[in-house]
Design a protein around this ligand. Structure first.
Ligand code: FE
Length: 132
């Protein structure tokens, strides 16, 4: 379990850039290939841009060709939450930060082995802590 982090909309807005706020707090989506981490191969841990919870590891990142950072699994299952998302005429599984409920992206069943999962995540919801 992670400790829940609650802030007001005004507090999130003050802390985040307008793009980060739109995507992470209002469930937006960055344009494909526009995010800073789409093609990144830099080793490290991808943390929640809102609260710093470690969410994904570069070791599980793969080239999906989708234009968004893609991972086969989260760093720790307990650090992410999922919910059915029926918006935009599709049924998808939304992925959120378990600590602060920020919107991260969606998870699909068309990923590579060993999990067969593709966590398709917005760069704007992440902050890479580089490993040396
Ligand atoms: Fe968070």
């Amino acid at each position: 379990m992670v400790e829940k982090i609650k802030k007001t909309e005004a507090e999130w807005q003050a802390q985040l850039t307008p793009e980060q706020y739109q995507i992470a707090r209002l469930k937006g989506t960055e344009r494909a290939f526009s995010g800073r981490y789409a093609d990144s191969k830099t080793p490290g841990v991808y943390e929640c841009v809102c609260c710093g919870t470690p969410l994904f590891d570069s070791n599980h990142k793969f080239d999906s060709g989708s234009g968004w950072p893609s991972y086969t699994r989260p760093l720790d299952e307990a650090h992410v939450a999922t919910e059915v998302d029926g918006s935009h005429g599709m049924v998808r599984t939304e992925v959120m930060c378990a600590a602060c409920d920020s919107h991260l992206g969606h998870v699909f069943n068309d990923g590579p082995e060993p999990t067969g999962l593709r966590y398709c995540i917005n760069s704007a919801s992440l902050k890479l802590k580089e490993r040396s």
